[in-house]
Design a protein around this ligand. Structure first.
Ligand SMILES: *[C@@H]1O[C@H](CO)[C@@H](O)[C@H](O)[C@H]1NC(C)=O
Ligand SMILES: *[C@@H]1O[C@H](CO)[C@@H](O)[C@H](O)[C@H]1NC(C)=O
Ligand SMILES: *[C@@H]1O[C@H](CO)[C@@H](O)[C@H](O)[C@H]1NC(C)=O
Ligand SMILES: *[C@@H]1O[C@H](CO)[C@@H](O)[C@H](O)[C@H]1NC(C)=O
Length: 428
């Protein structure tokens, strides 16, 4: 059944017409709704080969590709036209279309879009072309594939695998596992009670709301005048306009309708609001956001160590497909994109502009981390790639890092105990 389904998708999707690159500079600032950007690939692998390095394992953890808005967003968008009903007579003729907005259908909320399939398929093809001899015909004995049970995640896994294995996965469909028992590994953000207590406290959105209260009113005022309203729209309504623009941009690559209301500066202000939210909800703002990802980190290290040892628990590659809520915490454990200051609404504009923590770059659709393990003249080295580009792990001496040095950087994460930690109740 699954096999038939996959073949159908591969033949029905005509990638050449569905997927263009980002065509507008606003498109690079859509936070977690940014499309995946083509990486500037350096051919570091050849450099490593010169150092007598042999690739022995790939551990990939990624996010699903570009998707439709979630159920919650869809429902919120469906009341957008309604928000302007009492202004029907005031809105200028050239903006009357605002009243006719039709929200995306609820039934297709959250589904992986053709462009999202393409993103994953292409990532697979690029990795394969860089590590040509590494990918033998697919076999679940050597390649382990997991995803959350959310359809866009396991479909993303299928497309990635088809890119990596030149479609041969379709013939040997044994590997992909998507079960609930992955919850604490890939959906810890839904299962760690201590973290859920923190989320519910509402502390995590204070900075985002402060930022909106500073930066949104002038935007609301300008757009209200532009379209003919006789009073300034609320921040809540402005948020829906942003959402309509951002979704239209990421789904259809369309910047001519809702997004035409906004300047690039407006979008950049919106982007910082999103970053404040993600920083305090999923990342460095509070270690509660990422400590719980230590279990997944431990599993990754276990995979790496097993492949160093060889033997029956070793795999050539482990692939896991999940969500931004999975990836941001793992990236935080690794210490990537960490500024020397916390992100607040009251930062200076130069601090805001020079921040490293930008979710548009860190966690766009199809974002991924891949750990490449090499055997180099008897020593074991690791190279971590984020969105297909090698990154320097803070504490390592170079992008090709001694594995045991690397492992020692994470003693805290490696001694984490899920039950002892997650079952505690959250106290402020
Ligand atoms: C939208 O869809 C979700 C899940 O598919 C369902 O639970 C919800 O009731 C629907 N809401 C509306 C307003 O149709
Ligand atoms: C990949 O698939 C294409 C099209 O089916 C085929 O022409 C090509 O030879 C395959 N390459 C490998 C390495 O299997
Ligand atoms: C704005 O226009 C609406 C409908 O045209 C009217 O009911 C409302 O009183 C006006 N508000 C202001 C502040 O003028
Ligand atoms: C900025 O905001 C943070 C958090 O609300 C606060 O601790 C800090 O003192 C503020 N900094 C300045 C310069 O006002």
């Amino acid at each position: 059944m699954k096999l038939v389904f996959l073949c159908f998708i591969l033949f029905l999707v005509d990638f050449s017409t569905c997927c263009r690159d980002i065509t507008n500079e606003k498109g690079f600032h859509l936070s977690t709704k940014t499309r995946y950007q083509l990486p500037q690939i350096e051919n570091t692998y050849n450099e490593y080969l010169k150092k007598n390095c042999k690739l022995i394992h790939i551990n990939y953890i990624g996010r699903h590709g570009t998707r439709n808005p979630s159920v919650t967003e869809t429902l919120s968008l469906s009341s957008l036209g309604q928000s302007f009903k009492n202004q029907e007579g005031n809105i200028y003729k050239e903006y009357k279309w605002i009243l006719d907005f039709i929200a995306p259908k609820n039934e297709s909320a959250g589904i992986l879009l053709p462009v999202g399939k393409y993103e994953l398929f292409e990532i697979g093809k690029r990795i394969k072309s860089r590590f040509k001899n590494f990918f033998n015909p697919f076999s679940s004995e050597f390649y382990q594939v997991f995803s959350t049970k959310v359809p866009r995640a396991f479909e993303s896994a299928s497309f990635l695998i088809n890119g990596l294995f030149n479609g041969s996965f379709v013939e040997d469909n044994g590997g992909l596992v998507f079960t609930n028992d992955q919850e604490n590994l890939l959906r810890f953000f839904d299962s760690c009670s201590k973290f859920l207590g923190y989320l519910e406290s509402g502390e995590n959105v204070i900075e985002m709301n402060l930022w909106k209260s500073y930066s949104y009113p002038p935007i609301a005022k300008r757009i209200s005048l532009l379209i003919g309203l006789n009073e300034t729209m609320s921040i809540k309504v402005l948020d829906k306009l942003f959402s309509a623009c951002v979704n239209e941009a990421s789904i259809n690559n369309n910047y001519n309708d809702w997004c035409s209301l906004f300047t690039k500066e407006d979008i950049v202000n919106w982007e910082y609001a999103q970053d404040l939210k993600q920083f305090w909800t999923r990342s460095y703002g509070n270690q509660l956001n990422y400590k719980m990802a230590s279990l997944l980190f431990q599993e990754i290290i276990k995979d790496l160590e097993n492949s160093i040892k060889g033997g029956q628990d070793s795999f050539s590659a482990r692939i896991r497909l999940a969500h931004a809520e999975t990836l941001l915490p793992i990236i935080s454990i690794l210490g990537l994109y960490k500024d020397t200051y916390n992100l607040y609404a009251n930062l200076t504009s130069s601090q805001i502009n020079s921040r490293k923590f930008k979710t548009s770059n860190i966690s766009p659709y199809a974002a991924n981390l891949a750990l490449y393990l090499f055997k180099c003249d008897g020593t074991i080295k690791i190279s971590v790639e984020h969105n297909e580009v090698p990154v320097l792990i803070p504490g390592c001496k170079g992008k090709l890092c001694d594995f045991f040095l690397f492992k020692n950087l994470f003693n805290n994460a490696l001694s984490f105990v899920w039950d002892a930690y997650c079952y505690e109740t959250y106290k402020h």
